[in-house]
Design a protein around this ligand. Structure first.
Ligand SMILES: [Zn+2]
Ligand SMILES: [Zn+2]
Length: 109
């Protein structure tokens, strides 16, 4: 359900962030991976949602850390640590979709 309120500032995310944080394991310290402890998909990526919008936990982590909701077709958040469910913003970087695909293709093939 995407209604007219989607994207409005009145959907203030603090409560959502609090619930999100309870499901992130930060026990390793600031430099460690912070695994999502909530539901995962078949590829080991976390799943959550903000209202009716499906989000990856690392997208939420980036949003919380930077105030920037980098969720779009053309923009990707890449895990420099390669743990797909990691929620440490220090392990994420913003890439364009083509940069991201090139990076992963170079690694895998
Ligand atoms: Zn990590
Ligand atoms: Zn990536």
């Amino acid at each position: 359900m995407i209604d007219g309120h989607y994207g409005d500032e009145d959907l203030y995310p603090q409560v959502f962030f609090l619930r999100f944080e309870r499901r992130v394991d930060r026990s390793g310290g600031p430099d460690a991976c912070w695994p999502w402890t909530g539901p995962l998909d078949a590829k080991g990526r976390g799943k959550t949602n903000w209202h009716s919008m499906a989000l990856r936990p690392h997208q939420v982590a980036w949003w919380q850390a930077t105030g920037d909701r980098v969720i779009g077709y053309e923009t990707c958040l890449h895990h420099t640590c390669e743990l797909a469910c990691c929620c440490n913003p220090a392990h994420l970087e913003v890439l364009t979709r083509s940069e991201h695909m090139a990076l992963h293709n170079a690694k895998r093939y």
